[in-house]
Write a protein that binds this ligand. Structure first.
Ligand code: NA7
Length: 548
């Protein structure tokens, strides 16, 4: 394909964020196009089709809030919707607002080069197509580059070898011998879903992860009507919580109440819905090691109650980190899976994988012994080259030929999470150190997209042709993010939040990947820029743009 003309705003990614940004830019009459590598829209919800895939956000908070009509029309079926329902929702939104005609699918961006001569980005696609854009907006997702473990023989297996992210549509595991590697949020969901369908399930676990009951259930028509009547209240409430969920950390400290009271409260949260035990708990539980240990012991007790074999229960209990110091997986019967006779937990710390063979997985049992697991399916639930992976995949070159990958080799640096100095007119809607990254996703991206839309208005009104984050502001932001993040135990553990699964090397240097200062504070920070005339950015008027 040849050149495909110029556009003012090119959005990369037609997922939850890209779709909303498209809608908002169209609303202000901007010249905008979306491109997406996939054959359909939905991003994460297009790709993740593994059995059991669903979000851990309450469905009614995981939707756009911009259209009253849309809110009136859409009924959620479950408290925590599964992937097919979420994908249908996004498709419904795209059709309702006639968004599809602005999206080019099967368009994988491989290169983006800044031209200082004409203040344009030249964007090149895998098939040779090229687009020149004044502004490029990255809505490429946080978890869109899957990581496979480095292991001998991978690819030589005769059966199905798949990452959760690349699950073949409609693949049926019934009656199969299956191994799942990884017990993060994705692993926990797929394991729970397939356990009673497969002939044999091996769960290959390196470190255990903390999980808490999701409390999922169908939403009745009465409940839906009740929720709908409270939408304004619900969205207003979510706007004020740190992560944009309906759960809000309790200002009370766990040490302010008696042990009896604490346990009663935790019992209630454990039996409640969603991330309450994690996000709606006494705030010192995720900030102070002592209270965190006590909470972790409470949850460990639950695992012991639910898993029949004490040795298995012990293996399923994390030892290297406390509850809520990594992303907690929402589960619906995960622990009971291990009471089934067809399910076996394999401890990779004791018996590492030696390699993949034609017939399955070979384990190193120590003392020269091996064990072969004969399989039909190997599932890699091994996570993602999170947050920066989607940027690394594109060869992005800014001013003076500087490559973004090179700029970020020791960790990302951003101007308030939305730009990078040396990369003018490139806006990051979802990426490192942005408030959008750790929030209930639709809530988090609304803040950034609304800011971007307001900024696009400013760009038009003031005939701005070049918009670039300042280096000093970038360094200031990094300092600020480091400081706020350090208050949470979450910043001290080895997880994708801190850049630890980039190469699946466990000694990877921590990186400042996420902003943990909370959505309200982030929103205010972005708003300050609008009100102050963008002091953290360098704006230049394009003399070629006529006065409006
Ligand atoms: P995660 O949360 O990064 O989990 C990845 C899992 O895979 C985790 O249990 C890892 O164990 C395991 N893993 C990674 N590499 C290996 C190797 N080499 N061998 C064995 N096991 C391995 O990814 P998810 O997809 O589950 O969840 C990502 C996000 O999606 C989640 O936070 C939600 O927001 C939605 P480890 O703990 O590193 O020992």
């Amino acid at each position: 394909m040849g050149d495909a003309s110029d556009v003012d705003y090119l959005i990369i990614g037609a997922g939850v964020c890209g779709l909303y940004q498209l809608h908002q830019l169209l609303e202000i009459g901007a010249d905008v196009r979306v491109v997406d590598a996939n054959a359909g829209l939905g991003g994460t919800w297009y790709k993740n089709r593994y059995p059991g895939c669903r979000f851990d956000s309450e469905s009614y908070t995981y939707q756009y809030s911009f259209s009253e009509e849309l809110l009136r029309e859409w009924d959620w079926k479950e408290r925590f919707a599964a992937q097919p329902e979420t994908l249908s929702y996004l498709e419904y939104v795209a059709d309702k607002f006639d968004l599809r005609r602005h999206i080019t699918f099967n368009a994988k961006v491989v290169r983006a080069e800044w031209s200082e001569a004409d203040w344009r980005w030249a964007v090149t696609f895998e098939d040779g197509m090229r687009i020149r854009a004044r502004f490029v907006l990255y809505a490429t997702g946080l978890l869109s580059v899957p990581t496979y473990p480095r292991m001998a023989g991978r690819g030589s297996f005769r059966g199905l070898e798949t990452h959760t992210f690349d699950w073949p549509e409609d693949y049926d595991v019934t009656g199969k011998r299956v191994a799942v590697i990884g017990t993060g949020a994705s692993g926990v969901q797929v394991i729970t879903d397939v356990a009673d369908k497969v002939e044999k399930l091996y769960v290959l676990q390196r470190d255990a992860n903390w999980c808490a009951p999701l409390g999922n259930a169908p939403i009745s028509p009465e409940e839906m009507a009740d929720l709908r009547a409270k939408y304004d209240e619900i969205f207003a409430w979510c706007r004020e919580t740190p992560a944009g969920f309906i759960h809000r950390p309790d200002r009370t400290l766990s040490t302010d109440v008696s042990r009896e009271e604490r346990l009663r409260h935790w019992e209630e949260l454990y039996n409640g819905q969603g991330a309450g035990l994690y996000m709606g708990n006494y705030r010192d539980c995720i900030m102070e090691p002592g209270p965190n240990r006590e909470l972790s012991e409470f949850v460990a007790g639950k695992i012991r109650q639910r898993v029949a074999d004490p040795k298995v229960a012990d293996l399923l209990t994390p030892k290297d980190h406390g509850f809520g110091t990594k992303r907690v997986a929402g589960e619906s019967g995960f622990y009971e899976v291990f009471n089934r006779p067809n399910v076996e937990l394999v401890d990779l710390m004791a018996h590492p994988i030696q390699g993949v063979t034609e017939a399955g997985i070979r384990l190193d049992m120590g003392a020269g012994e091996i064990r072969d697991l004969e399989l039909d399916v190997i599932v890699y639930a091994t996570g993602f080259d999170a947050v920066t992976g989607p940027f690394d995949r594109i060869d992005i070159t800014g001013t003076d030929g500087v490559r973004l990958k090179e700029r970020w080799k020791d960790g990302p640096e951003t101007c308030i999470g939305v730009q990078v100095s040396g990369f003018p007119n490139m806006f990051v809607l979802v990426g490192p150190q942005s408030g959008s990254a750790t929030a209930n996703f639709p809530r988090g991206i609304e803040d950034v997209v609304n800011w971007m839309t307001e900024t696009a208005r400013h760009i038009r009104e003031h005939r701005i042709g070049r918009f670039e984050g300042r280096r000093d502001a970038e360094l200031g932001w990094l300092e600020h993010v480091r400081e706020v993040n350090s208050k949470l135990l979450l910043s001290q553990t080895q997880s994708w939040f801190n850049g630890h699964n980039i190469n699946l090397d466990r000694d990877e240097r921590p990186r400042v990947m996420v902003y943990l200062g909370g959505a309200p504070r982030y929103r205010r920070r972005l708003q300050e820029e609008v009100e102050g005339g963008y002091p953290s950015f360098r704006l230049a008027v394009d003399p070629e743009i006529a006065e409006p």
